[in-house]
Design a protein around this ligand. Structure first.
Ligand code: ADP
Length: 654
């Protein structure tokens, strides 16, 4: 067995692989980029090596640097995790050429299956049904045109070298197909460096069902049952579960057999996933093989009680399959949701930043990138954690997930937590009436976030607690002073709070019970249960979800079942307006890609001052008042953090 393994990844998967290494008595060696120097995955390794700058090409995708790190640290094997280099045949080859063991399939198999057109050929030959479509990949419009004529509509254009649901286009009428094809080729070239497309019949409202397998590389293959991943947003998985919902037992057997047959035919080595779609008539079609551990592997681990990373390591060490098929049994139902730093209120735009405080829920497995606090840098995938609920039945597992999401506390970071909670409470999801377009069809309703009253109440609760503690502070002082007078005749009073550019008054009504607070906002009464103050954070339960608030600089950060809100005390906002209206700050972590103004220049309200790029999106920084630029505190190419001061404008005296 190995005694040191290099984990060529970051975030939750690096931590998850390290956990199994430690349990097996193997020292995990980590790698990082400069942006991740303080990351939890670095701190927990036996040793960690910085690869280079934040950009993936300089760090997590830099093959030579990773291999020399493995050598330098005396590792015998490399675990690639998922994403980054995990399905890169050149990487697997370079690892093996350096005399190290690659924990995954052979480079030949990765290369062969990485091409969707080739993968379909191989599976057809092994007797596995594939989606009707082109038998080859091409980036030639004439050729693609002939394939379209043969196949008919509707159809799906797919990058042959693609992954992660990127760059796929549905074509429903012939008038669209040329421009759709041109766009798909461009996107495929930009994302995967290969413009070739395959064309498939578009299956309407299918379910996505996949089979987890493990092979020893000699032709022995076992499966770990199936997972259903039909709840997707734009072809990307959001909730995964095992086993699949209401799957006909005979169909399940055929799917499991097809995957095992396909894997045996190519003497598959290590972990792999055979993905299928199942149409509403229960016909199933092979889509592709993912030649790595998947994000959603924990649901299979939960139902089988097997550690798939341990299996991967043992197979890579040449010890063969740890157990035969008949010993792998499934119990109950496991459900996973993915927590992303993204903003459902803004078309799910990535929202990198810093989680100032996190309390992950109890009662579920949590695979997270950090524990109490941590950064989500703008350079990488914004997934921060996965919650996995396991219970005897699907209803119980969903219920457990609902409870977990309701308990979630994340301060300072915008996430999709509210969307996830809406999703697990959705009647169609609960009844298992799902298909791959369900979330996209109901996105607006499911993305709805709580109202501003919630944030105002949390801020009022925080102010009240501060005052009870007898330590009102600077910007908040004048308000707290007012409050003291107001509360002289008991404990009632009014807290004026700014939230989402509106001033809201929260009236403190006292509670019917000692463990309750009654608050009145805009004519409506709300009950908050079990209020608590601990380490500068105030929390209570509102409508079954945990509401928590903490002061961050000049405002209060709020989390309600993990949904982020912000509010400001009236006095704090007035203070800021006097001094701070001319201070333009970065809207998020990112890189300054344009500076439009110089010292001494006059600007009007709404003029562009600079542009901050994050996650390939450009965010303009605009002037909030008319005046003269007094200071420019950034340059092009500079890394900036959320709220960092970029430009100072001095208001023109009238
Ligand atoms: P990627 O490798 O980019 O993830 P996949 O081939 O695995 O692409 O497909 C991802 C998702 O796209 C599937 O889960 C399914 O929702 C949808 N999809 C793929 N092929 C088809 C098809 N022929 N018809 C309908 N939906 C499809």
């Amino acid at each position: 067995m190995f005694d040191r393994i290099l984990i060529a990844n970051r975030g939750e998967i690096a931590r998850r692989v390290a956990r199994t290494c430690r349990r097996m008595g193997i020292a995990p060696v980590g790698v990082s980029s400069e942006a991740d120097a303080q990351a939890a995955h670095v701190a927990e390794m036996a040793q960690s090596i910085c690869l280079g700058a934040a950009a993936p090409a300089q760090s997590y995708l830099h093959i030579e640097r990773i291999i020399s790190a493995a050598r330098q640290a005396g590792c015998q094997a490399v675990h690639p995790g998922y994403g980054f280099l995990s399905e890169n045949a050149d990487f697997a080859e370079a690892v093996e050429a350096a005399g190290l063991v690659f924990i995954g399939p052979t480079p030949e198999v990765i290369r062969m299956l990485g091409d969707k057109a080739q993968a379909k050929h191989i599976m057809q030959a092994a007797g596995v049904p594939t989606v009707p479509g082109s038998s080859e990949a091409s980036d030639d419009l004439d050729r693609l045109g002939r394939m379209v004529e043969e196949l008919g509509l509707p159809l799906l254009l797919k990058p042959s070298a693609g992954g992660g649901g990127k760059g796929m286009q549905v074509v429903r009428d012939l008038g669209q197909w040329t421009s759709a094809c041109q766009q798909a080729i461009r996107l495929a070239r930009a994302n995967f460096g290969d413009g070739r497309l395959i064309i498939e019949r578009y299956i309407d409202r299918p379910r996505h069902i996949e089979v987890q397998i493990m092979g020893d590389g000699q032709g022995q293959v076992v499966h770990f049952f199936e997972r259903e991943c039909s709840l997707q947003r734009r072809h990307q998985k959001v909730l995964e579960e095992a086993p699949a919902v209401c799957l006909d037992p005979a169909l399940r057997e055929r799917l499991l057999d097809a995957a095992v047959q396909g894997a045996r035919a190519i003497k598959y080595r290590n972990a792999g996933t055979f993905e299928f779609i199942v149409d509403p008539q229960d016909q199933f079609f092979f889509l592709e093989v993912n030649t790595r551990l998947q994000v959603e592997h924990p649901v299979s681990e939960e139902i089988t009680g097997r550690d798939l990373v341990e299996w991967q390591i043992r197979i890579a060490a040449g010890l063969g399959l740890p157990a035969p098929q008949q010993e792998i049994r499934a119990h109950g139902v496991a459900i996973e949701v993915r927590i992303y730093a993204e903003d459902p209120a803004q078309s799910f735009l990535p929202a990198p930043g810093r989680a100032e405080y996190v309390h992950w829920p109890e009662g579920v497995r949590v695979d997270a990138a950090f524990d109490q606090a941590g950064d989500v840098p703008p350079f990488y995938d914004p997934m921060v954690a996965k919650l996995i609920a396991h219970a005897p039945t699907r209803a119980q597992a969903l219920n457990r997930m609902e409870l977990a999401l309701s308990q979630m506390q994340i301060l300072g970071l915008t996430t999709n937590a509210g969307f996830l909670l809406n999703m697990v409470q959705d009647p169609a999801v609960q009844q298992g009436q799902i298909h791959t377009r369900y979330l996209d069809d109901h996105l607006q309703r499911l993305a709805q976030v709580p109202q501003r009253q919630t944030w105002a109440m949390a801020a009022a609760m925080w102010m009240h607690a501060q005052q009870q503690e007898g330590r009102p502070l600077d910007l908040w002082a004048s308000l707290a002073g007012e409050r003291r007078q107001l509360s002289a005749a008991g404990d009632l009073g009014v807290y004026p709070v700014w939230t989402q550019s509106e001033l809201i008054e929260v009236s403190w009504m006292g509670g019917a019970q000692p463990e309750e607070i009654g608050l009145m906002v805009e004519g409506e009464r709300y009950e908050l249960r079990s209020p608590q103050l601990s380490q500068g954070r105030v929390s209570a339960w509102l409508a079954g979800r945990c509401l928590v608030a903490m002061r961050c600089g000049d405002h209060v950060e709020v989390s309600w079942g993990g949904v982020r809100g912000q509010a400001q005390a009236y006095a704090a906002r007035q203070g800021q307006d006097l001094h701070g209206g001319g201070q333009a700050t970065a809207p998020m972590h990112g890189v300054v890609v344009a500076v439009d103004v110089a010292v001494g220049q006059s600007v009007k309200v709404g003029d562009r001052l600079a542009v901050v790029e994050a996650m390939k999106m450009e965010n303009p920084v605009l002037a909030a008042l008319e005046g003269i630029v007094e200071q420019v505190m950034c340059v092009c190419g500079q890394q900036v953090v959320n709220q960092q001061l970029l430009v100072v404008i001095k208001e023109e005296s009238p």
